[in-house]
Write a protein that binds this ligand. Structure first.
Ligand SMILES: Nc1nc2c(c(=O)[nH]1)N[C@H]1C(S)=C(S)[C@@H](COP(=O)(O)OP(=O)(O)OC[C@H]3O[C@@H](n4cnc5c(=O)[nH]c(N)nc54)[C@H](O)[C@@H]3O)O[C@H]1N2
Ligand SMILES: Nc1nc2c(c(=O)[nH]1)N[C@H]1C(S)=C(S)[C@@H](COP(=O)(O)OP(=O)(O)OC[C@H]3O[C@@H](n4cnc5c(=O)[nH]c(N)nc54)[C@H](O)[C@@H]3O)O[C@H]1N2
Ligand code: SF4
Ligand SMILES: [Mo]
Length: 680
């Protein structure tokens, strides 16, 4: 008889799919990991990243013990130390910094490297509130989408993507579904089998674009012009749903007047898509029903990223698409899940005890560390690899190199960021800790049961913060709550024992799957706001408006830097910057490169494989050229996710990218980056 047991969990990665998995364990060792066929969304499939998750868990490169830096920051030279020594140093340094400079001198830095509840906020939020640390605005991914849609609909809540199955027209607008949201693809395929037309709108001919019925390739950052022209056509040709518009929207006459001048030919000049294509898209969008718009994050990363989402949310209101099953706007459903969380109990903002602490935006890490006054003196990093993922990343690297900055990084691997730490603490992987994952691509929240004991001396994120709090001599009881206590407090309405036994549960969602069929939008007017006083109040145009990016072809630097640079997620084996350093992932993707259209390459004397220098005022980096048909002339792309050690000059794609914030919502404009390219 085999002694193997199987344990169910869910994927923790920052990915919409939150797949179910099953780990087979023999004598405490995980020997097999497969998708769980019973999972109601992923149905037993994982992905090219996580299919080899056990290689990650048991990688010889895992950080399994506390490390103290012995070389220069960034050198990667560390010595192994005990937890006691590591904690003694951390406790002393943090207490000294707080005594001398106050709590705000300490800054957290984290993202969604493990997007589960305990891993993101269990203890850590309480800890930073309690010590009065600087708050981090975590707006690098997603909040701007919500902030944009909220100005039109009053909330960022969207439809359940599973309902795309009922759609007859699906616009995948700035989302690379087959790469980034692969388990939604079968739903889309079912719709297509029932006659749905699939349109992909993307400046890059992606994997998803290769598999659609119609591909529309606008210039980056210009879609708003196309949307305005679509509304122009829909109103001009009287293709709107008058009944729905008059019952559930506000400001139609103002909108109609403002899009009257947005003819398809005017939009064509702005976005590089033929006027006839825009005309036809508008007509199909209004007449093929139900019509769905699916979007995730890609379009948020522009200077006009919030306005993109504010404007796109007007389309389904104009045509009354919300009334139909399979119609409407479909984005992250994370906000439906968040409604279950008692945030006050989980994060305990009351521990701030009335202190008014500053908030700094994670996208400006370089500026924060180099210029912010009073300076940040200590940074604790977990769930993120900022030196690869923030825009203008060399400024962040220069900031992290500061000798007077004390940095703790809790990580599984010696990432670029960990190499700049004073102390690295070993983190568990997701098969080593219990947690709850709230999915943002579907409506099932999942329980993750730890399958094995932590390897080496690794600890989960919540345990790490309990230990740091203890090392500082803090006595606030909630900083030492057990994981189950935290979860019970955070989910007062959920039967956690049942969730644990069942592995997942579907979060509440309107019964007929049409959340706004009969209006009821949570705006002040209760309607979809084509004209928005709330926007006016924050100094933004009250109507959907196209403003071309400052760092774009119309901007002041376009002469010196004539190419628009995209730095997209692209490699099927990477998850953001995760996995690129693993031997079965990075080498299989072949190393970093820059993609150029043949005309742009030839005019610069560059051929396939040639070394090129890619530069702007932020940085210069050397890459080999790949000639591509995925881009139109004037565009360049550096697929993203590689670390500094994968580049000969120690740079990364984000060394070049724009850290200008979105017009509202606090997001960042990675994809409005101009560069020039020349032979190296
Ligand atoms: N395999 C894999 N899956 C992932 C990830 C990963 O790294 N690898 N990352 C995960 C994360 S964190 C996220 S946020 C999601 C993101 O999921 P998506 O939003 O689907 O992915 P992105 O690649 O950020 O952007 C999608 C597309 O937007 C396009 N785009 C950029 N600017 C514009 C524009 O102005 N107009 C239009 N029409 N299109 C534009 C890009 O070219 C890109 O193809 O994916 C998640 N899933
Ligand atoms: N140029 C460019 N830049 C981008 C993007 C882009 O498309 N192009 N995408 C942006 C987007 S959408 C996002 S979301 C961000 C992603 O930015 P990050 O979330 O920083 O991305 P990752 O590279 O996945 O880094 C997560 C890190 O968390 C660690 N980790 C995983 N699990 C745990 C855990 O349980 N505990 C601890 N302590 N650590 C853990 C992993 O080892 C990994 O190093 O990047 C953004 N940056
Ligand atoms: S990374 Fe995404 S697709 Fe892959 S297993 Fe995790 S949730 Fe599923
Ligand atoms: Mo993201």
């Amino acid at each position: 008889m085999s002694s193997a047991e199987t344990i169910n969990g869910v994927c923790h990665h920052d990915c919409p799919d939150s797949c179910g998995w099953t780990v087979t364990v023999e004598q405490g060792v995980a020997v097999k990991m497969r998708g769980n066929p019973a999972h109601p969304y992923s149905y037993g499939e994982l992905c090219p990243k996580v299919n080899r998750f056990l290689d990650r868990v048991y990688s010889p490169d895992r950080v399994l013990y506390p490390l103290r830096r012995i070389g220069a920051k960034g050198s990667g030279e560390f010595e192994q130390i005990t937890w006691d020594k590591a904690l003694a140093e951390i406790g002393t340094r943090l207490n000294t910094i707080i005594a001398e400079h106050g709590g705000e001198a300490v800054m957290p830095f984290s993202d969604a490297g493990n997007q589960s509840v305990l891993a993101t906020e269990g203890i850590s939020s309480r800890f930073f509130h309690h010590i009065g640390a600087t708050r981090l605005l975590r707006n690098i991914c997603g909040p701007t989408v919500g902030a944009g849609i909220r100005m039109t609909n009053g909330s960022g809540l969207g439809g359940d993507p599973m309902q795309l199955e009922h759609s007859k027209l699906i616009l995948l607008w700035a989302t690379n579904t087959k790469l980034t949201n692969r388990h939604l693809w079968p739903v889309i395929e079912r719709a297509r089998a029932n006659g749905a037309k699939l349109v992909v709108i993307d400046p890059i001919r992606t994997l998803t674009a290769d598999d659609c019925d119609q591909f529309i390739q606008p210039l980056p950052g210009t879609d708003i012009a196309m949307m305005l022209a679509m509304m122009h056509v829909i109103i001009r040709d009287d293709l709107l749903d008058h009944t729905w518009v008059s019952a559930h929207t506000l400001g139609f006459d103002e909108l109609a007047a403002s899009v009257a001048g947005w003819t398809p030919s005017k939009a064509a000049a702005a976005c590089g898509v033929d006027a006839e294509v825009i005309e036809a898209l508008a007509r199909e969008y209004a007449t093929i029903r139900p019509a769905a718009i699916r979007t995730l994050i890609g379009a948020e990363h522009h200077e006009n990223g919030a306005m993109f989402f504010r404007t796109i949310a007007c389309l389904p209101a104009l045509t009354g698409a919300w009334a139909e099953l399979g119609g409407g706007l479909f984005r992250s459903v994370g906000s439906w899940q968040d409604e279950l969380v008692d945030e006050a109990a989980l994060a305990r903002p009351d521990l701030l005890a009335g202190r008014d602490v500053r908030t700094l935006n994670m996208s400006r890490l370089g500026e924060i560390l180099l210029d912010e006054q009073p300076p940040v003196k200590a940074m604790i990093v977990w769930n993120s690899n900022p030196l690869v993922i923030v825009p203008n990343a060399d400024a962040a690297r220069d900031g992290m190199a500061r000798d007077d900055l004390f940095t703790v990084v809790h990580e599984q691997f010696l990432t670029d960021t960990a190499k700049y730490a004073d102390v690295v603490l070993p983190a568990t992987t997701h098969i080593e800790a219990n947690d709850i994952t709230l999915a943002w691509g579907h409506l099932w929240m999942g329980w993750n049961e730890a399958a094995i004991e932590p390897l080496g001396q690794a600890v989960s994120n919540s345990e790490c913060f309990r230990r740091i709090a203890g090392a500082m001599g803090l006595t606030e009881p909630s900083l030492f709550d057990e994981d189950m206590t935290i979860l019970r407090d955070a989910f007062p309405t959920i039967d956690l024992d049942k969730l644990r036994a069942d592995n997942w549960l579907k979060v509440p969602f309107p019964d007929d799957n049409r959340p706004w069929a009969n209006g009821g939008f949570p705006t002040q007017s209760g309607k979809v706001e084509f004209a928005s006083t709330a926007l006016e109040q924050i100094g933004q145009p009250r109507l959907p408006t196209f403003v071309p990016p400052e760092e774009g072809p119309q901007g002041p630097n376009a002469d010196r830097f004539p190419l628009q640079l995209m730095t997209p997620k692209h490699h099927t084996r990477f998850l953001n910057s995760g996995y690129s350093d693993l031997p079965k992932h990075g080498p299989a993707e072949g190393g970093p490169f820059i993609e150029l259209d043949v005309a742009d390459a030839t005019s610069r004397g560059l051929v396939e494989g040639a070394p090129a220098r890619v530069f702007n005022d932020r940085a210069s980096l050397e890459l080999r050229v790949k000639i591509t048909e995925r881009l139109r002339p004037g565009l360049a792309a550096i697929p993203w996710g590689w670390w500094r050690n994968h580049h000969p000059d120690g740079k990364v794609a984000n060394s070049l990218t724009n850290d200008t914030l979105t017009e509202w919502g606090g997001g960042v404009a990675y994809s409005d980056t101009l560069v020039q390219v020349e032979p190296a």
